[in-house]
Design a protein around this ligand. Structure first.
Ligand code: ADP
Length: 478
C-alpha cells in the first residue's frame, strides 16, 4: 500500500525548507547587491567630497612625493599630518572608517592608518580597475579592523576604489580607497532575511497543515478501500480454490463412475447381442424390435460414458497424445469409413476434396480420427436425408507456421445466432425441434475443441439456420 501521508509529509517538509531557504537566500543576495550598489555610489560621492575638500590644496604635495619615498619621513611631514587631521575631521560622524590614497604606481601615499603608508597595492584588482577609470567595490567581514581612532571588531566593511581626477574630464591622478562600515545595514538585511524565511515558512506550514488534514482523510479512505479490496481478493481466491476443488472432485467422480459403468455395459451388450442373434432361443418379431431399441440406447449410453470419460481424462491431464507424421487425407478417409453406413442409410451425398501435395501433419492418429468422426457424425446427424456433406482439405500458413485446414460442410438444419455462442459448451444441445429429436450427449463438440487445442490447432464454425453449417479446424504440418 502506497504510504501517501508519509510521502506527502516528507516531501512537503523538504519543499518548505528548500523554498524558505531559497527565498531567504534570494532576498539576501539581492539586498546585498543593492547595498553594494548604494554603498558604492555613496563612496563615490564621499570620494568626490574628499577631492573637493583637499585635492586642490594637497594635490601638488601628493603628486610631488617621489616614487622611492621613505614612509617614515612622509608620515612625519607636517603637510601629511595636516592632511590626516583634516581627513579625520571630515570622516567624523560618517560611516567612513578608513581612507587611503594610492599614486599611479600603486604605492600607498596616504592612509588614515599610517602603518600602511608605503604599502604596495599595484597588483590589487580594485586598484587596477580604478586606475583605468572604473569603480570597484568589495564587501568583506573583518574580525578586527583598524579604524582611524581605534581597532574595531567584528565589522562588515565595504571598500571602494575610486579614481581621483581634479575635474570629470581631467586625467586620473591617483586612486582613493574608502572603507565604510556597513555592519548595521548588513545586520538589518540579516534580520529581514530571517523574517522572510520565518514568514514564508509559517505561511507554507499553514498550507501544509491544511493539506495534511485533507490528505490524512483521503489516506484513511484509501486505506479502507485497500483493505476492502484485499478482503474481496482473498474471498475471490478462496471461492476460486473451493470451485477448483469441487471441479476436481466432480471430474474424479465422473472418471470413476464411467470406469465402473463400462464393465456392466459390456456385459449387457454381450448378452443383448447373444439374445438378438437367436443363439440362446428363438425370439418373436416384437421381442426383436424391443431388443434392437435397447441395443441402440446402449450404444448411446456407451458414447456418453466414453465422452464423459475422455473429458475428465483431458481435464485431469491424463491424456497423452502420441504425435506422429500423418497423411491428412488418409486419416479423413479412415474417419469416413467409420461413418459410411450412417451416411448411406440417410442417402446423403459425400464429397471429399483435397488440395494436391498436402503436407504431412503432426498428430495423434486415434484422436484425430475422433475429431473427424465427431464432426462428420454431427454433419450426418443434423442434415436431413439426401443432404450434402463436403469435406475439404487445404494447406494454410498461419501465425504458428504451415498447417492443414479441414472443413466439414453440410446442408443441414444449421444453428441460430443465439445458440452459436454456446455450441462448444459442455452438455449444450440445441432447442431446435429438429435437433432435439436427434440422439446426442452435448459433449462431442466440447471434447473436439479440447482435442484440437491439444494438437495446437484452432477450431471455429459458420452456420445459418436451415441452410447448413461448416466446421473448420487446423492441425499444424510437420
Ligand atoms: P451432440 O451432437 O451429441 O448433441 P455436440 O457437442 O456434438 O453434441 O453438439 C452440440 C449441439 O450443437 C448439438 O446438439 C446440435 O444442436 C448442434 N450441432 C452440432 N453440430 C451441428 C451441425 N453440423 N449442424 C447443426 N447443429 C449442430
Amino acid at each position: 500500500m502506497f504510504k501517501l501521508l508519509r510521502y506527502f509529509t516528507i516531501t512537503s517538509l523538504i519543499a518548505i525548507i528548500v523554498v524558505a531557504a531559497f527565498l531567504g537566500l534570494f532576498y539576501r543576495r539581492s539586498a546585498v547587491n543593492d547595498l553594494i550598489t548604494v554603498g558604492e555610489s555613496r563612496n563615490v560621492s564621499l570620494a568626490q567630497a574628499f577631492s573637493n575638500e583637499f585635492w586642490t590644496e594637497y594635490a601638488s604635495f601628493l603628486s610631488n612625493i617621489p616614487s622611492d619615498f621613505n614612509p617614515e619621513t612622509l608620515i612625519n611631514d607636517p603637510t601629511f599630518q595636516a592632511l590626516t587631521q583634516e581627513t579625520l575631521l571630515v570622516m567624523q560622524n560618517t560611516s567612513v572608517v578608513k581612507v587611503k590614497i594610492y599614486n599611479l604606481d600603486g604605492k600607498t601615499i596616504f592612509s588614515t592608518e599610517t602603518a600602511q603608508v608605503g604599502d604596495d597595492g599595484s597588483d590589487n584588482l580594485g586598484f587596477l580597475e580604478a586606475k583605468e577609470g572604473g569603480v570597484a567595490s568589495e564587501l568583506t567581514h573583518r574580525d578586527t579592523f583598524s579604524a582611524f581612532e581605534q581597532e574595531i571588531e567584528d565589522r562588515d566593511v565595504l571598500s571602494s576604489y575610486i579614481p581621483i581626477r581634479s575635474h570629470p574630464e581631467a586625467p586620473i591622478e591617483g586612486v582613493f580607497e574608502l572603507y565604510t562600515d556597513v555592519t548595521p545595514l548588513l545586520a538589518q538585511i540579516n534580520t529581514t532575511q530571517r523574517n522572510v524565511i520565518l514568514g514564508v515558512g509559517l505561511m507554507m506550514s499553514v498550507l501544509f497543515l491544511t493539506l495534511f488534514l485533507i490528505i490524512q482523510r483521503a489516506d484513511s479512505i484509501l486505506h479502507e478501500q485497500y483493505k476492502e479490496r484485499q478482503l474481496a481478493a482473498e474471498n475471490l481466491r478462496l471461492a476460486k480454490e473451493s470451485a477448483e476443488k469441487a471441479n476436481q472432485a466432480k471430474t474424479e467422480f465422473i472418471s470413476s463412475v464411467s470406469h465402473e459403468l463400462r464393465n456392466p455395459m459390456t456385459a449387457i451388450s454381450g448378452y443383448l447381442d447373444l439374445v438378438i442373434s437367436g443363439k440362446v432361443g428363438s425370439i418373436n418379431e416384437k421381442q426383436s424390435e424391443f431388443l434392437q431399441t435397447s441395443r441402440t440406447n446402449l450404444t448411446r449410453m456407451n458414447q456418453l460414458v466414453s465422452d464423459l470419460s475422455d473429458i475428465s481424462l483431458i481435464e485431469t491431464n491424463h491424456v497423452r497424445l502420441e504425435f506422429i507424421p500423418l497423411d491428412p487425407l488418409e486419416v479423413v478417409k479412415e474417419a469416413v469409413q467409420v461413418l459410411q453406413t450412417q451416411i448411406t442409410n440417410k442417402q446423403q451425398y459425400l464429397i471429399l476434396e483435397a488440395e494436391e501435395n498436402l503436407p504431412q501433419i503432426q498428430a495423434d492418429k486415434l484422436r484425430l480420427v475422433q475429431i473427424l468422426t465427431n464432426l462428420i457424425s454431427n454433419a450426418n446427424k443434423y442434415t436431413p436425408e439426401n443432404g450434402l456433406i463436403s469435406i475439404n482439405l487445404t494447406s494454410v500458413q498461419n501465425g504458428q507456421g504451415p498447417a492443414v485446414l479441414f472443413a466439414i460442410k453440410d446442408t443441414g438444419i444449421g444453428i441460430n445466432d443465439q445458440e452459436q455462442k454456446k455450441v462448444f459448451q459442455k452438455f449444450f444441445r440445441s432447442a431446435n425441434q429438429e435437433a432435439i429429436n436427434i440422439p446426442g450427449t452435448g459433449l462431442g463438440l466440447n471434447l473436439t475443441r479440447q482435442l484440437v487445442n491439444m494438437h495446437h490447432g484452432r477450431i471455429w464454425f459458420e452456420s445459418e439456420l436451415n441452410k447448413g453449417s461448416t466446421f473448420t479446424f487446423t492441425i499444424p504440418a510437420v
